[in-house]
Design a protein around this ligand. Sequence first.
Ligand SMILES: [Zn+2]
Length: 575
Amino acid sequence: MRNYLTYVLLLLSVFVSNHLIAQQIYSNNIYPLTGFGLPLAIEPPALAGSFGELRANHFHSGIDFRTNQRIGYPVYAPADGFISRLRVQNSGFGLALYISHPNGYTTVYGHLARFNPKISQIVKDIQYKKTSYEIDEFPAGDLIPVRKGEVIAYSGNTGSSGGPHLHFEIRDSKTEATINPQLLGMSIADDIPPVIHAMYVYRLNGKPFNEFTPKQYFQVIGSMGSYKLNQVSTINLSGEVGFGIVVNDRHNGASGNNGVYAIELAVDGNTVYTSALERFSFDHSKAINTHIDYPTYMRTKQYIQKSFVDPGNPLQIYFNLVNNGRVTFNDGKTHTVKYTISDARGNKSLLAFNVFANPKAIINTPELPAGINFAYHKINEFSTEEVKVILPKGTLYNDLNFLYQKTAKPLQNAYSEIHHIHNSLTPLHTGFELWIKADSSIVKQSNKALIVNTNRSSQGGYFENGWVKAKPRNFGSFFVTIDTVPPNIIPLNIANGKNMAGISKMSFKISDALSGIKSFNGYINGKWILMEFDTKTANLWHVFDERTATGKHTFELLVVDMKDNVKRYAIEFYR
Ligand SMILES: [Zn+2]
């Protein structure tokens, strides 16, 4: 009996160590086991994307379940609750569902192929009522209750998805903060530790980080959790430095690279920096651009995660900071530096090296070109007779030496000179106000005016009192142009007089070269019909239903761009 008990305990401890590794929580937040089941029945569950993974301009807000490169797997409610939000978007999450649960959490399902029949009908009714494909509805609690295990939808690849998968989130229902599902008892086996690729040293010398900050690259070698610098045991450093690291994680059953959970940096055994992706607010997600070395990302698309925090960084993922992670070496002694990288299952990788504080090893930060000082914690403005720039509070992450110049007007379709607003290597948290004085010759077509960058990518905008005003998301080089060209419509399987009997849907490709598509509306016999759109493929289609009887019909499609240029396509067809 006693042996049996020992055996059971042994089994239990093996089970606990393999399946329920308690990940370290650095904050004061409590992460209860929610009792949520898995949303897919694919065994074993595997992640194609991790929580907080680094993506362009955002941290990944959930986990991506692999669906074997296919769509159409049933998605199950992980617990009782009710559908609290129904969302259909041309891009973003595509078809998405939100379930509010009585335990205070909301689960989110993105890129769905379709909803269950009951929800599909409700969504279609809303779309017809609002005459809009895109909807964002918050149904009352009693309208669509769901039970644990009920099929709510089918996995897909809609919206801005790069391949079939299920995007899954757990949010705090009150604050909408998104939380790492792997901290809330979502058990997904993984015993592969993170991989460390490279380490960088930045010579900060008390100055703000920017594209001029000198940086040194160190190759990292190793495997299975144990890493070291290649052919270097001691680095000579002097003055104030910051460290940066290139890491990713691999998951059991997944071929791609995912993100890590936590990065800890310790000097002489004392932690000076920790980042941990427990949760974040959507308002802060764009601050990924200050979490990483953004100038390097813009030049090479490499993600170096800085281990020092810029003063305007709003993210609440940092813990145990000493001097914001900036470390000064000036005592002539040798110090140990250690990185500990962990994934959300508690698998760890280590990188350790020595730093000799050598006074001869100073590298100065270069003097910046003469500019205007913008303080990160203030509203900043710059203006001339021809341009006005306003940065609201919270736009900058660091103090900035702001630079401006202008160059000659482009030859074609330009109504101003080119205004170079600092440069695109400085990350901005929010957009900024940009006003450009337009040539007086624009007056006849001022309602078609907009601002573009030098790649002729639209920044939007409108004409007012001689100025064109827009809100670009990034610094760059901008000028005023006009868009007078309507969108393009290409019918794929329909033509005037065609018999569409036995064909389930009519399909088109639509596009707009400059300002972008504002709306599309289809009408059969003068009545609005639901047309579905997918931004990433530019496909627009209508699935025939009981609204279109057999016989002869008229069809009209109107596609309008952001400057109200209209393209009309009108035919007759049979059904
Ligand atoms: Zn995702």
